[in-house]
Design a protein around this ligand. Structure first.
Ligand code: PLP
Length: 397
């Protein structure tokens, strides 16, 4: 029996989420005995695997307000973004221009770099303001007759800031340009409605909402000019070659079913209350703390916090020793700390980027745990600041 017990202070759900008991139970037969290939419908194992895929497809479609016809299984968010964007340019070779926002995940940024390298497709990057919001006038002005696609994420993974997709879609529609959204962080945390949103392509990833790593979806609007980039045995109605990862897809289906329930009952959105409680007591108890994007609409579970006079990469190690698992707003390489491109794009200074921690909550978090978390943060930050002060003074002597 699977024991569902994520660490009490696991606050890194935007990085990946723990697997719930119902997901573990759903996937078990597909590891132990249901080994069929969904394309081999001439045997019962294959038929059962194919049925399991369709069952999962229905649950994922329901989670994002799409039809099952829209859903193409992939290996995750990165592949979905690559295939979504790449497939539009493959289908329309006369289009030579892509528009993206400055705060996209590398899954989109590096797809743009790849397209530039292999087929000279130019990319315009639309800046964001201090609140993480994109400049819609610049977006509109950037559209050219050869613009093939606009790709703007639904919500940012580091700050949780929600981008104005309905406005982006309205601008794009007027000019007949399709829109892709990287909704990897939004799906399962917000009531995402693919059909109503009016986007042409949407990417999601199972391990961000309770599924396994290695499964995702690219949702494609029927009738869109788009061509597969992963070709092969004709799986997924020719839209993504390769035998489907049945256990991971079954897990994604169950995770989608469970998350839809948590969204429908309001449990997921109730996290806003806990997030705000966390931010309020944090700002009250620790001097020189700033919440990034506090004025913008944000994911209910994400808090990006600048704690002046600290180095997040070091702070997170001290916190990990005390059972608090969080992420930093910077990437640590062996010789230097690289500030996050997302925070930089918002005009945040390098020292502030380096002092940024990201807290991303899950439903298991309680009010008591938040208070415990803030106690630990107070002690750790005070210790860090005192140590740094002593070091500085010693160096000045
Ligand atoms: N897009 C966003 C916004 C993400 O946060 C991530 C993962 O962190 C991805 C794409 C990539 O998803 P995957 O890990 O499934 O490839």
């Amino acid at each position: 029996m699977h024991d569902y017990s994520p660490p009490e202070l696991y606050l890194d759900h935007n990085s990946t989420s723990p697997i719930t008991d119902s997901v573990a139970q759903a996937v078990k037969p597909f590891i132990l005995s249901e080994f069929g290939n969904p394309s081999s419908k001439n045997n019962v194992f294959g038929v059962r695997a194919a049925d399991a895929l369709e069952h999962a497809r229905a649950h994922v479609a329901a989670l994002i307000g799409a039809s099952t016809e829209n859903i193409v299984f992939t290996s995750g968010g990165t592949e979905s973004c690559f295939a979504g964007i790449g497939g539009v340019f493959r289908a329309s070779p006369e289009k030579r221009h892509l528009i993206i926002s400055a705060v996209e995940h590398p899954a989109v940024l590096e797809t743009a770099e790849y397209l530039a390298a292999v087929s000279d497709i130019e990319t315009t990057i639309i800046p964001v303001d201090r609140n993480g919001e994109i400049d819609l006038e610049q977006l509109s002005a950037a559209i050219r007759p050869d613009t093939g696609l606009i790709s703007v994420m639904y919500a940012n993974n580091e700050t949780g800031i929600i981008l104005p997709l309905p406005e982006v879609v309205a601008i794009a529609r007027k000019r007949n340009v399709p829109v892709h959204t990287d909704a990897v962080q939004a799906v399962g945390k917000l009531p995402v409605r693919f059909g109503e949103l009016g986007v042409d392509l949407l990417s999601l990833s199972a391990h961000k909402f309770g599924g396994l790593k290695g499964a995702g979806v690219l949702a494609i609007r029927e009738g869109l000019r788009w061509e597969a980039v992963v070709k092969g045995g004709g799986q997924e109605r020719g839209r993504r070659g390769g035998t489907e990862a049945v256990p991971a897809i079954v897990a994604m289906g169950e995770a989608a079913r469970a998350r839809k329930h948590q969204l429908d009952t309001g449990a997921m959105l109730a996290l806003v209350g806990l997030r705000d409680f966390f931010e309020d007591i944090l700002v009250e108890r620790i001097p020189d703390v700033c919440i990034t994007g506090a004025k913008s609409p944000r994911l209910p579970n994400t808090s990006s916090v600048r704690i002046h006079g600290t180095v997040a990469q070091e702070l997170l190690q001290l916190l990990a020793v005390r059972g608090v698992i969080v992420s930093a707003g910077s990437a640590c390489h062996t010789t230097n700390v690289k500030p996050s491109h997302v925070l930089r794009a918002m005009g945040i200074s390098t020292p502030d980027c380096i002092s940024t921690l990201r807290f991303s909550f899950g439903l298991e978090l309680s009010r008591e745990a938040v208070m415990h978390l803030v106690d630990i943060l107070c002690e750790t930050v005070a210790y860090f600041r005192a140590e740094t002060k002593e070091l500085l003074q010693a160096n000045l002597r």
